[in-house]
Design a protein around this ligand. Structure first.
Ligand code: ATP
Ligand code: MG
Length: 413
């Protein structure tokens, strides 16, 4: 009413009522036609069954009653006519039941069609070796992906090598393919091309092509925190550890790691606290923290964070990033980040640009080239740019010191 749209809605509603009426009108007409047609058919049958005895009697009289076996007895003719009269009812009932059956079976047909012809993920494959992945090295060769055959490529010939225990930051504009890149590691969408671990489209983790593995086992071995945090309608304990494999102590430790210990402490039921549909009784940031805790519990050598800390305040984010660095020091961590400072101390940064991997190098190296996309991204942050650059340089210095220390240790040995 406020926008004066009432007449438009009225018109739309009338149009819909008209369409509905048109369908019903057609149905009524067809019903009437079918009944008329069936009545006509049965009238013809009755007519014929009355006509033939009369004809046979006439023929019989004309021949002088010579052939007694050809004569139709009058009671039989009576029975034939009374059955023919019943046929009218019977025909209608039969036709209607057949149509009802056909209508009902359409639902069954649809279910069979959905269960047999719906495209599903590729099943089957080998089980990964015992503790795979152990190191967390990822090698990707000319990876191209599209969401559906008729859509354009979402990733175009992405090749990269990520060494074990690397901390990789993934940046790029919205829709550039960052989430897609992570989804391919889990085979949420299948890569186009090679399945032999070498050709185009191969994604190898610790030397095993993920396309050759059983889907459920592949996904169980990696840990991901998706862009929208998933919560189950169950207790907090179930949400952290759905398979009931960890002790309460471990759960508490991990909650402390993600800065959720205080929040859980205030809950009356603690770990038994019920989480409502979609995690509605937690804030988005808290949901992200629970997902992070869930991933941390998996202790997988590869952890992927898809803007996992986007809804968390800066201070908690900083503590969390530090905790992740410490807790996952031995793991390969792939981080998609819009806040650049979370990835400034990464081993390397991948910059995506409309589905292609435009740059992949250490942050300091990319910042050295003022023309690089990463430099431009940093420059766009304005006043934060010098701070970001300083963070990248500090990270270089720290890694040099660490390398020096380990070299010295090796020399001492
Ligand atoms: P953001 O920073 O907003 O999360 P992103 O870099 O993660 O963006 P992607 O989600 O990887 O972007 O999307 C890459 C491209 O794939 C986009 O052009 C998008 O239109 C397309 N795309 C993403 N998801 C689907 C989908 N489910 N079906 C079809 N196309 C999709
Ligand atoms: Mg995304």
């Amino acid at each position: 009413r406020a926008l004066g749209a009432a007449p438009r809605f009225e018109q739309h509603s009338m149009g819909l009522v008209d369409r509905n009426t048109r369908c019903f009108y057609g149905q009524y007409l067809l019903n009437a036609w079918v009944s008329l047609f069936l009545d006509g058919m049965s009238a013809i049958v009755v007519f014929l069954s009355a006509l033939f005895p009369v004809l046979s009697l006439t023929v019989d009289r004309a021949s002088g009653g010579a052939d007694a076996s050809a004569t139709l007895s009058i009671p039989l003719a009576g029975i034939a006519i009374s059955y023919a009269l019943e046929l009218a009812l019977f025909l209608k009932a039969c036709t209607r039941s057949t149509l009802e059956l056909q209508k009902g079976m359409a639902a069954v047909e649809r279910i069979v069609d959905y269960s047999e012809n719906t495209p599903t993920e590729r099943r089957g494959g080998a089980s990964p070796p015992g503790h795979w992945p152990t190191a967390g090295a990822i090698t990707i060769t000319k990876l191209s992906v599209r969401y559906r055959p008729e859509l354009p490529l979402a990733l175009r010939a992405v090749s990269c090598v990520i060494p074990p225990a690397a901390k990789v930051g993934i940046v790029g504009r919205t829709g550039s393919g960052k989430s897609t890149f992570l989804a391919v590691l889990w085979r949420l969408i299948e890569a186009e091309g090679g399945v032999d671990g070498r050709g185009a489209g191969a994604v190898c983790i610790d030397g095993v092509d993920v396309q050759t593995l059983k889907l459920a086992e592949l996904r169980a071995r990696l840990a991901i925190i998706p862009q929208d945090p998933v919560m189950f309608n169950d207790t907090l304990r179930y949400n952290l550890d759905p398979f009931g494999e960890r002790s309460d102590d471990e759960l508490r430790q991990v909650l402390e790691l993600v800065q959720m210990k205080g929040v859980v402490g205030t809950l009356a039921d603690g770990l038994g606290h019920r989480i409502s549909e979609g995690g509605a009784n937690f804030s988005v940031g808290q949901r992200q923290l629970v997902c992070l805790a869930r991933a941390a519990l998996r202790k997988a050598p590869i952890l992927a964070l898809d803007e996992a800390t986007a809804s968390i305040d800066n201070e908690t984010d900083a503590v969390l990033q530090a905790a992740i660095r410490k807790q996952f020091a031995q793991c390969t961590v792939l981080t998609i980040a819009h806040r650049l400072h979370t990835i400034m101390d990464s081993t390397s940064v991948m910059v995506f640009e409309s589905g292609a991997l435009a740059e992949h190098d250490a942050p300091a190296a990319l910042l050295d080239d003022p023309a690089s996309l990463f430099s431009q991204l940093v420059a766009k942050t304005g006043s934060a740019a010098p701070h970001l650059r300083a963070m990248a340089n500090a990270a270089v210095a720290v890694s040099r010191m660490q390398r020096g220390a380990s070299d010295n240790r090796a020399a001492d040995k």
